[in-house]
Design a protein around this ligand. Structure first.
Ligand SMILES: [Fe+2]
Ligand SMILES: [Fe+2]
Length: 178
């Protein structure tokens, strides 16, 4: 298995979640109501899976190693775009969290913000994923020999192993105020 395989498999689950959000958006718009717990679940998926676990491997391992290579101007430009898009995703998710809190507090203007942020997420991710799957990942493979690619795959596995522990430590940290 090549190192990019797990990243591409993760893209497929992110795409499924994007479809779920799209479907919910239709309902939210027709009823003019949202279940804030659905938003919490979507945010948890985006933050812990799509951002920390998936973008984490891209940024902390793949992009880090690419940073030590002599990238073409085109590859360098696309990598910077991807990094900027990760930042944009984080900002959009934070704005969604803020709007959801306002909605829970009865702010009537919050629903429009929730809808707009959810829509941004459904538009931004598929384009980002396509750029990685079809353009960037195939082109970066040339910067690594087979051993280097396998070393990256191993590091991806080790990174993943930490995630479940990090997630539930954060849950307990959040609850344990004593
Ligand atoms: Fe990415
Ligand atoms: Fe990705």
């Amino acid at each position: 298995m090549q190192a990019r395989a797990p990243l591409m498999i993760e893209h497929r689950l992110i795409e499924r979640m994007i479809s779920v959000i799209k479907h919910s958006l239709t309902q939210i718009e027709s009823t003019q109501e949202v279940d804030p717990v659905f938003v919490d679940t979507a945010v948890d998926f985006i933050r812990i899976y799509a951002d920390r676990t998936h973008h984490g491997k891209e940024e902390d391992i793949l992009f880090r190693d690419l940073g030590k290579r002599d990238l073409s101007a085109q590859d360098q430009r696309v990598m910077q775009e991807l990094i900027d898009e990760h930042v944009f995703g984080r900002r959009t998710t934070q704005a969604l969290v803020d709007a959801n809190a306002r909605y829970r507090n009865g702010d009537e203007t919050a629903l429009a913000d929730i809808i707009s942020r959810l829509r941004t997420i459904t538009e931004f991710y598929p384009e980002h994923i396509e750029k990685e799957d079809k353009v960037f990942f195939p082109s970066c493979r040339a910067y690594f020999n087979d051993d280097e690619d396998q070393a990256m795959l191993k590091e991806f596995r080790e990174f993943d192993q930490k995630m479940i522990h990090e997630k539930y430590k954060a849950v307990v940290d959040g609850l344990d105020t004593g």
